[in-house]
Design a protein around this ligand. Sequence first.
Ligand SMILES: CC(C)(COP(=O)(O)OP(=O)(O)OC[C@H]1O[C@@H](n2cnc3c(N)ncnc32)[C@H](O)[C@@H]1OP(=O)(O)O)[C@@H](O)C(=O)NCCC(=O)NCCS
Length: 173
Amino acid sequence: VLIRRATTADAAALARFAERTFVETYSAQNTPDDMVAYVSATFGEAHQRAELEDAARVTLLGEMDGTLVAYAQIRPGAPPACVHATCALELARFYVDGAWHGRGVAHALMDAVHDAARARGGDVLWLRVWERNARAIAFYRRCGFVDAGMQTFRLGRDVQRDRVMRRAVRRSR
Ligand SMILES: CC(C)(COP(=O)(O)OP(=O)(O)OC[C@H]1O[C@@H](n2cnc3c(N)ncnc32)[C@H](O)[C@@H]1OP(=O)(O)O)[C@@H](O)C(=O)NCCC(=O)NCCS
């Protein structure tokens, strides 16, 4: 997998991919109304372009033969109280196309996320993951993330529980 930094030229393709992978991940366990409410407020090309123009964020794309198969995004911002850090970076998005699950793409992308976090001067990476997303939790544990606490997350009208997980950013590989 080739991993590169996304640019605004990727906005349309990334918007389609982000929406599709979100829907594929969560549709089976959520109502259509809740999914539509969240997706319409979060994805779309204009929204994606604005995020790509935000210099504080880093969005990484994973491509196989020029086809988008994964993406991740890190952003600064105050972490929840359960995450102690000097310079915390949130892993705000981390999605791999279903056809590439279990094939190493996610690990390659996580290595690139870690490198980007270090380049940004981060000392802690943290994330939120739905408590019912067992595969992602297992993957994050394998990548060295540990539980830090819980937070609520609103999907449409449904208030859900997310785990907050964190890991240190190593200074060198
Ligand atoms: C989360 C994700 C990036 C992980 O990538 P992946 O290639 O699937 O990860 P891997 O196959 O290397 O690891 C998944 C782990 O979950 C385990 N697993 C698989 N299915 C599982 C399930 N239903 N329940 C619990 N664990 C499961 C695997 O055995 C593996 O653990 P191991 O390495 O200890 O054996 C990928 O599955 C994905 O993109 N999912 C959809 C999007 C998503 O949920 N993103 C996270 C948002 S917070």
